[in-house]
Ligand binder design. Structure first.
Ligand SMILES: Nc1nc2c(c(=O)[nH]1)N[C@H]1C(S)=C(S)[C@@H](COP(=O)(O)O)O[C@H]1N2
Ligand SMILES: [Mo]
Length: 454
């Protein structure tokens, strides 16, 4: 069964806010204000996070320190040490954080998202069904077949070998991000895998443009949507039942960056990432990027495969009461992913040597279909912000590197906050907002706790 991620104080706050406050803020029953940090509480919190808090006076009332609220992402002493996630043990994969084992779901800890291009071993994994049995694969990957049918003049079944030979091969560095990335930041908890920010990666993909293939098949004027199918068996083991089948509006399918990809970072795509061929629909919910691709059904209406209905990959149109059921009819399909930034160095939970007074931090930011315009960082709980240097993306739909140098006035506990703003002027909120039943669009500012030893 899926192992549920320990979420520490977030959960305690949901279940028993009184006790959580007592733990974090030293509040006793009868104290008047929840989350009001008294002197005794401050000492208690300092003890809990492992040092004094130089910017304690700036801490918003009720803020749960990141050191306690978020599991450590690398071995560390201190309160978060025993809350670490289960670690993936798989040939060819780094030690990702396992969010579920059936289906297999594993995210990349923020500090492993530090490379300019995400190496294949560090790339997150999201299955909805079972990984296809290697024995079921053709011995020659080039013999793999993909069917293009539906609203096209010349339906075709083309082998991977022919696909590679017939259409121009292109390589782009593209963001792939799970639709549920950031879900763990919702309070109360939303249904699904409890991603922090690591359901995302930016690899170099080589393939052919889906647009070229659809043009060759001859789109009918009735074509408006795609439906994507892969060869992975349904969780039940029933191979005739798709585990998931999502699609995109034709406009996105025809984007020159939407690829039928057969190489990842210059090598054949590994089985877990969709060998021998998959879609890469950059910037949109990752569920549209079908792995083990064997069919694209061009539709004359919105696709209706598994993963298209109910609350799946759907946002509520109007705000609803957090934790309530919502109404399916009041939802819209999640398409472009929202703006997000992740501090990739230093790692959450890092202890810095006594005397450290400066950090050169870095991270990545991205924004679905949009680019990132600016990133700001703060170490005083958001009272003052400093502009980070932000690099241009290497191509459209690649993430962007940000760097900043930050002065630390003294020893103690700090949180490095980062906040990105996209080219439409949309920025990351302080808290995951617009609560929806399956928790999409959770993109609050990113927080990394560090401790400068006294
Ligand atoms: N056939 C198939 N394709 C799939 C999935 C799946 O379960 N089956 N999962 C999707 C989801 S939800 C995501 S986020 C991405 C993850 O790709 P990755 O595992 O290579 O990181 O693949 C997508 N493609
Ligand atoms: Mo996903």
């Amino acid at each position: 069964m899926a192992s549920k991620r320990e979420r520490g104080l977030h959960e305690l706050y949901a279940d028993d806010p009184e006790r959580a406050d007592a733990l974090v803020f030293g509040r006793r029953t009868g104290d008047s204000r929840r989350g009001f940090l008294k002197n005794a509480g401050l000492a208690g919190m300092g003890a809990a996070v492992g040092g004094s808090i130089p910017f304690a006076a700036m801490m918003p009332a009720g803020l749960v320190p990141a050191a306690m609220a978020q599991p450590a992402q690398q071995p560390q002493a201190g309160p978060a040490a025993d809350k670490g996630p289960k670690v993936l043990k798989m040939d060819g994969k780094a030690e990702l954080a396992v969010l579920g084992d059936k289906p297999l779901v594993a995210e990349t800890p923020a500090h492993l998202l530090d490379d300019d291009v995400t190496p294949t071993d560090k790339f997150f994994v999201r299955n909805n069904g079972l990984t296809p049995d290697p024995a079921s694969m053709p011995s020659d990957p080039k013999a793999w077949k993909i069917k293009i049918d539906g609203e096209v003049n010349s339906p075709m079944e083309i082998t991977l070998g022919d696909l590679m030979a017939r259409f121009p091969n292109v390589t782009h560095t593209l963001m792939l991000e799970c639709g549920g990335n950031g879900r763990s930041f919702f309070v109360p908890e939303a249904r699904g895998n409890q991603w922090t920010n690591g359901g995302a990666g930016c690899a170099e993909w080589t393939g052919v443009r889906l647009a070229d293939v659809l043009k060759a098949a001859g789109l009918k004027s009735s074509a408006v949507y795609t439906g994507h199918y892969g060869a992975d068996p349904h969780l039940s083991g029933d191979a005739t039942k798709p585990s998931i089948s999502r699609g995109v509006r034709l406009e996105k399918a025809m984007d020159e960056h939407t690829l039928i990809a057969f190489r990842m970072n210059g090598k054949d795509i590994p089985l877990i990432h969709g060998a021998p061929v998959r879609l890469v629909v950059p910037g949109w919910a990752g569920s549209t990027s079908a792995k083990w691709l064997n069919r694209i059904w061009v539709r004359d209406k919105e696709h209706d495969g598994p993963g298209m209905g109910g609350f799946s990959y759907r946002m509520t149109r109007k705000p609803i009461v957090p934790g309530s059921k919502g109404d399916e009819k009041d939802t819209v399909i999640l398409e472009s992913m929202p703006v997000r930034s992740v501090v990739t160095f230093p790692a959450h939970g890092t202890r810095l040597a006594a005397g450290t007074r400066k950090i050169d931090l870095r991270g990545h930011a991205w924004a679905g279909d949009n680019a990132v315009q600016s990133v700001e960082v703060s170490i005083d709980f958001g009272v003052t912000w400093k502009k980070a240097e932000v690099k241009a993306p290497v191509n459209k739909f690649a993430w962007q590197r940000f760097t900043a140098s930050i002065d630390l006035p003294s020893a103690g506990y700090y949180e490095i906050w980062s906040k990105a703003t996209d080219t439409k002027g949309v920025t990351q909120p302080f808290q995951a907002g617009n609560w929806n039943p399956q928790g999409y669009g959770g993109n609050p500012i990113s927080r990394v706790a560090v401790l400068v030893e006294a």
